[in-house]
Design a protein around this ligand. Structure first.
Ligand SMILES: [Zn+2]
Ligand SMILES: [Zn+2]
Length: 81
C-alpha cells in the first residue's frame, strides 16, 4: 500500500515538473467555433476558418457578446424569455 502511494506521489511530482517546464499556453482563451468546430480564440470576432461571426453587439448594453450565448454575459439581457 505504501509502495503504491510512493509511486503515485512520484508520478505527481513528475507531472508538476512537466507542467512547469512547458511554455505558458493560456488554454482558457481557446474555444471552438460553433460552426466548423476549429480552434478559435474567444477574443476573435470572426472565425478565420469558416468566416462565421462569433460575436455580436448586445442590444441592451452594446457590449460584444458571444453569438453562441443566448444571453448577454455583461448585463444579463436575454435571460428572461
Ligand atoms: Zn469556424
Ligand atoms: Zn448586454
Amino acid at each position: 500500500m505504501i509502495f503504491l502511494l510512493l509511486i503515485s506521489l512520484a508520478f505527481l511530482l513528475l507531472r508538476i515538473q512537466d507542467e512547469s517546464n512547458e511554455t505558458a499556453v493560456d488554454v482558457s482563451v481557446i474555444a471552438s467555433c460553433p460552426a466548423c468546430e476549429e480552434e478559435i480564440s474567444i477574443d476573435w470576432m470572426v472565425c478565420p476558418h469558416c468566416l462565421q461571426r462569433l460575436r455580436e453587439s448586445c442590444p441592451s448594453c452594446q457590449k460584444r457578446k458571444l453569438i453562441s450565448h443566448s444571453f448577454c454575459t455583461s448585463c444579463g439581457s436575454g435571460t428572461q424569455g
